[in-house]
Design a protein around this ligand. Structure first.
Ligand SMILES: *[C@@H]1O[C@H](CO)[C@@H](O)[C@H](O)[C@H]1NC(C)=O
Ligand SMILES: *[C@@H]1O[C@H](CO)[C@@H](O)[C@H](O)[C@H]1NC(C)=O
Ligand SMILES: *[C@@H]1O[C@H](CO)[C@@H](O)[C@H](O)[C@H]1NC(C)=O
Ligand SMILES: *[C@@H]1O[C@H](CO)[C@@H](O)[C@H](O)[C@H]1NC(C)=O
Ligand SMILES: *[C@@H]1O[C@H](CO)[C@@H](O)[C@H](O)[C@H]1NC(C)=O
Ligand SMILES: *[C@@H]1O[C@H](CO)[C@@H](O)[C@H](O)[C@H]1NC(C)=O
Ligand SMILES: *[C@@H]1O[C@H](CO)[C@@H](O)[C@H](O)[C@H]1NC(C)=O
Ligand SMILES: *[C@@H]1O[C@H](CO)[C@@H](O)[C@H](O)[C@H]1NC(C)=O
Ligand SMILES: *[C@@H]1O[C@H](CO)[C@@H](O)[C@H](O)[C@H]1NC(C)=O
Ligand SMILES: *[C@@H]1O[C@H](CO)[C@@H](O)[C@H](O)[C@H]1NC(C)=O
Length: 678
């Protein structure tokens, strides 16, 4: 994500320049997506704006409605009927994974977009975000979220009195001498309280990052406040985000090596030990290497794990299998943009997930031997924002679920899908652009369904063990997994990556169980479905969808749930076989017992108020520069422009603030930042 940071910052600095220069007429601001908007700088009232222009919003990757073409059917075609013979008891299975939590898949939220996604402050928490997290925590028992990214490195925790009233996060561009450097992110303890207030409403646990841009200027305030405020809801503190790219980011010399990182890690460990305000010192996470010049092994070989074992709570890596930098940043030396249609098929088979994690299998084994969880701390389909049409398609739903199950089967202990701004295509969820909160709801990304289904596949007992069953002679278009919980076969996960509306490539898996309780007399099936791998909306899980279109989601299911019952029939040898059909495309989660189904079917659904108020923004006078620049294009800009919240829930009082006012205050809060900066 380093590419984004540097280049966005350039654009941000030109924006400041334009605002600072005393131009009286209209000036032209070039946004990061090439959108040009007129900014009135003479203080005149904004002209009434018309309703949203969908043309404009399809220019932002998160709302791109272009649907690609599903790839042609494979040749040769996979068999459409095959046996899945499984052991009923985990004792009889070799190669099952370590025990996994239903919260295996979580989210990595770029620190600078927290105000957009999570909330402005403790009184302005986005209800849609809460609804989405509630869906997950009701199934998995909890949801794990990392707040961080490149911006964590230069972040500074300050007293709230150093920030304008009501502001929690602010960019301090002036502090950064080099215009391509990540601007300093200044935030107050309110950010940590916000996370804590979220945890009081839904069971969210947090990973945070300690800044490491300069170990002669350690800023451990975040560790002190996070431990004090979050307590048990703090899962760990990341120390070093992609240190193999530090030299490239310019805050380390070009000779910076894994040995330097090892040494600096020790400096911070010592400083934490010397800090009486940091009671927990066993919660660090590293080395979070990207696909830079260092392999994880190069870090292990420094003695990292043994030297710091008492400080480490988990080991981590970060990875994106591809990048879309050339399209995101034309003329920046990345060459020609990749053809999204051509890369689509890279995400539509089982080989993809296997290939992505192959370089980490040695490390997941090393981690297990060391007694440390191994985390994929930041990942998604492609860096530099993903591929519109691919990263947001139903194909990506299947891909991320398969990739997630493959990591679970391979003894990772968790993986966090990255959430960026409106200019990224891969977001599992995206709030509307800031100036559209009065009109629009959120947009659910296709990979949110992957995380949702993963919670049901693994359940809430922390005992699920996963194995790739190499279904259908290990055909890469029809993979499957078996999941054992509390020692017994509980669920079978079956994928069909093909798209064939004729139905001719739907397949039937004939599931039989040996040992344990044998084949049940009936099983229940929930389907994850869409008409094609290319579609982006109306994806259904057990018949219900979270979004019928962009801007149409409030974080609650629409439609009624439908769970299929399959009666298992005689296999002719005195046993039963359960014939489960899997559509092309689609995914089936087969619940092998009523208990497994009940565990994955929460009875109560707590929702957070999302009263919609329309056109509030148009009825009030707001600084036009705020409207024009708060279009959600740029995380760096947006972080200063406030939340897209349409309403809020206060953890302590559960009171609801009038949504329209919330939006207005958000915009005005943004305005004050700009005035201050001038
Ligand atoms: C939307 O996605 C398609 C498919 O990747 C891409 O060709 C197009 O350029 C995107 N639209 C915009 C306005 O970026
Ligand atoms: C590290 O970040 C701090 C806070 O933003 C900043 O003051 C300092 O200059 C940075 N150091 C380096 C070496 O970039
Ligand atoms: C939260 O943000 C709103 C809008 O900016 C502001 O009015 C309010 O005072 C803030 N609350 C706190 C506790 O800072
Ligand atoms: C919620 O935030 C407020 C600060 O606005 C804080 O006083 C309170 O302790 C927080 N509640 C929780 C449960 O963290
Ligand atoms: C696994 O990593 C260890 C530690 O770096 C290394 O010594 C070993 O050769 C690696 N094994 C494989 C198969 O890559
Ligand atoms: C399957 O995915 C891999 C890895 O993403 C890709 O290289 C390969 O071309 C895909 N296979 C087909 C038949 O599309
Ligand atoms: C995961 O760990 C288990 C338990 O140690 C082991 O049996 C299994 O082979 C491992 N799986 C992989 C893919 O490494
Ligand atoms: C699962 O693990 C989490 C984290 O350790 C723990 O909080 C939770 O209580 C566990 N759930 C069960 C059912 O043991
Ligand atoms: C989703 O389905 C609804 C109901 O059939 C339909 O009105 C809507 O247009 C669909 N959305 C898309 C993006 O096709
Ligand atoms: C929101 O901002 C975008 C970009 O400046 C603009 O095209 C759009 O019309 C604005 N919408 C409203 C309702 O102001």
């Amino acid at each position: 994500m380093r590419m984004l940071v540097g280049l966005r910052t350039v654009a941000l600095s030109s924006l400041f320049f334009l605002l600072i220069s005393n131009v009286t007429a209209a000036v032209t601001v070039y946004g990061q997506t090439g959108v040009i908007s007129q900014v009135q700088t003479d203080g005149s009232s904004p002209t009434a704006t018309s309703s949203a222009s969908s043309t404009f919003y399809t220019g932002l990757a998160a709302y791109n409605t272009t649907v690609l073409t599903a790839p042609a059917l494979p040749n040769p075609l996979p068999a459409t009927q095959f046996q899945v013979q499984l052991q009923g008891s985990s004792q009889d299975v070799n190669g099952l994974s370590i025990a996994q939590s239903g919260a295996f898949l979580g989210f990595s939220i770029e620190m600078s977009v927290v105000t957009q996604v999570i909330g402005l402050n403790t009184s302005f928490i986005n209800p849609v975000f809460l609804n989405l997290m509630a869906l997950l925590s009701q199934r998995a028992g909890r949801v794990d979220i990392r707040v961080g990214g490149n911006t964590q490195e230069t972040a500074v925790l300050v007293d709230s009195s150093s920030l304008p009233a009501g502001i929690m996060i602010q960019k301090d561009k002036a502090a950064s001498s080099n215009p391509t450097e990540t601007p300093t992110l200044i935030y107050s303890a309110e950010l940590i309280y916000l996370l804590s207030n979220v945890s009081a409403l839904v069971n969210a646990r947090w990973y945070l990052g300690i800044p490491m841009n300069d170990t002669t200027n350690l800023r451990l305030g975040i560790a002190e406040v996070a431990e004090a405020v979050l307590g048990q809801n703090l899962l760990g503190l990341q120390l070093g985000n992609e240190p193999d790219l530090y030299a490239g980011h310019g805050h380390r010399p070009s000779t910076y090596s894994q040995f330097d990182y090892f040494g600096e890690f020790g400096v911070v460990v010592q400083a934490m030990q010397d800090d009486a305000n940091i009671p927990f010192r066993n919660n660090l996470i590293g080395p979070s290497v990207a696909t830079g010049s260092w392999t994880p092994e190069m870090v292990w070989d420094t003695g990292f794990i043994t030297s710091y074992t008492s400080s480490l709570i988990a080991l981590s890596v970060e990875h994106y299998p591809d990048d879309n930098c050339a399209a995101a940043f034309p003329d920046s030396g990345f060459g020609d943009p990749k053809d999204t249609q051509a890369v689509f098929s890279d995400y539509l088979n089982h080989t993809s997930g296997i290939n992505i994690i192959a370089p980490y299998l040695n490390s997941s084994a090393i981690a297990q031997q060391s007694g440390k969880p191994f985390l994929m701390f930041e990942t998604n389909s492609a860096s530099c924002g993903g591929f519109p049409g691919v990263s947001d398609s139903f194909g990506a739903t299947l891909w991320a679920l398969d990739y997630g199950l493959q990591m679970a089967a391979s003894n990772f202990s968790g993986a966090l899908l990255h959430v960026g701004g409106s200019d990224t295509a891969y977001n599992p969820f995206t709030p509307p652009p800031t100036n559209e909160t009065g009109f629009h709801e959120w947009t659910i990304g296709s990979t949110f369904y992957s995380v949702l289904v993963m919670t049901e596949a693994l359940g809430n007992t922390n005992t699920s063990q996963v194995i790739d069953i190499q279904a259908n002679n290990n055909n890469e278009f029809t993979p499957g997994y078996a999941i054992y919980e509390q020692g017994s076969l509980s669920r079978v996960a079956l994928f069909n990556y093909m798209t064939d509306p004729s139905g001719a490539n739907d397949y039937t898996a004939s599931i039989g169980v040996s040992g344990g309780n044998g084949t049940p007399s009936q099983v229940s099936v929930k389907y994850l479905q869409a008409p094609s791998v290319a579609v982006k909306q109306n994806i259904t899980w057990a018949g219900q969808t979270l979004g019928t279109d962009i801007f149409k989601a409030d974080g609650r299911f629409q439609g009624s749930e439908s769970v299929q019952t399959v009666t298992c029939t005689s296999d002719g040898n005195g046993g039963n076989v359960c014939n489960v059909k899997v559509p092309a495309p689609g995914f089936a989660l087969v619940f092998m017992s009523d208990g497994a189904l009940q565990e994955s079917s929460p009875t109560s659904v707590s929702t957070f108020a999302t009263t919609s108020v329309t056109k509030t923004v148009n009825t009030v006078t707001v600084d036009p520069s705020v409207l024009a620049t708060s279009n959600g294009q740029d995380g760096k800009v947006r972080a200063g422009l406030g939340s897209t919240s349409k309403g809020s829930a206060n953890a302590a009082q559960s009171s609801i603030v009038a949504p329209g006012i919330a939006t207005l205050l958000a915009l005005l809060a943004g305005a004050s930042i700009f005035r201050l900066r001038m």
